[in-house]
Design a protein around this ligand. Structure first.
Ligand code: GEK
Length: 243
């Protein structure tokens, strides 16, 4: 696994963050060292797929990057006739995702289609499980109600939606503490203070976090009957919602 040193050098340090080839090349290392609880989210996606995916249904991995969530679902699904649609709008991610999927062990019969598309433009239908693992945060806030409503409309009754996000705390004191703990976590994972502050600046207005309450309200307004946080690690959460 190649080490993420993107913000260790001055090159590109002052440009907004994009999902380019350099990011795709170091992506597994970047996520493992940057997102507290990332490995737990992938593990749970497998467990939830085994429980919720129904025969002949479709699963979606929206903002699939290199396909970690797709792989977890593909490995766990035992039901016949299922397919997974993995979507990302970054060409470098889609290219690498196809390579990763082709190289991975595939004990089941679930078919995967990797689509190079904007998740705002795709159709969602017959879905028993939809995953948005740290992707909604990269869409403008104005686009978020519509995509969550589209996901809900394309899901089967009883289907499961997993939404993981970086969040902001309503209490500024708590927010400061959680951001500080996250940065300490990154320093423990061998990012320098300079890399941490450059990445923070590069993500400004690119990754726009909302509160847990805002996410749960949007899910309820879209029509999800149940929703709950199943994972929280500093300012990173994962929510499950059931139609
Ligand atoms: C994982 N889920 O490993 N349409 C399609 N893709 C998009 C869009 C969009 N509008 N906006 C952003 N993306 C993965 C990790 S990363 C999270 C997800 C992170 C894609 C973007 O290209 C990137 O690959 C992904 O969403 C977000 O479980 O880097 O923090």
């Amino acid at each position: 696994m190649s080490k993420d040193t993107i913000y260790a050098t001055a090159e590109d340090a002052d440009k907004p963050f994009t999902f380019n080839q350099a990011v795709a090349d170091v992506f597994p290392d970047m996520l493992q060292r940057s997102i507290p609880g990332y490995a737990a989210s992938i593990e749970a996606i497998g467990s939830l797929a085994a429980r919720y995916v129904t025969p002949g249904s479709t699963c979606y991995d929206l903002g699939c990057s290199l396909g970690a969530a797709t792989l977890a679902m593909r490995f766990a699904i035992k039901m016949p006739g299922c397919r997974i649609i993995a979507v990302d709008n970054a060409p470098a991610m889609v290219r690498r995702c196809n390579e990763v999927l082709a190289a991975a062990e595939n004990p089941g019969a679930t078919v995967v289609e990797v689509c190079h598309a904007d998740i705002r433009d795709i159709e969602i239908a017959d879905a028993s499980m939809v995953v948005m693992n740290y992707t909604l945060q990269f869409l403008g806030i104005a686009a978020r109600d519509a995509i969550i409503a589209k996901i809900h409309a394309g899901m089967l009754p009883g289907g499961l939606f997993l939404l993981s996000e970086k969040v902001v705390d309503e209490d500024p004191h708590m927010e400061e503490l959680l951001v500080d703990l996250h940065h300490e976590h990154k320093r423990r994972n061998d990012y320098s203070q300079l890399e941490i502050s450059r990445k923070r600046a590069a993500l400004e207005n690119v990754l726009v976090p909302e509160s847990v309450a805002a996410h749960r309200t949007r899910l309820a307004q879209a029509g999800f009957v149940h929703s709950g946080v199943w994972l929280r690690y500093f300012n990173f959460v994962s929510i499950v919602a059931i139609k």
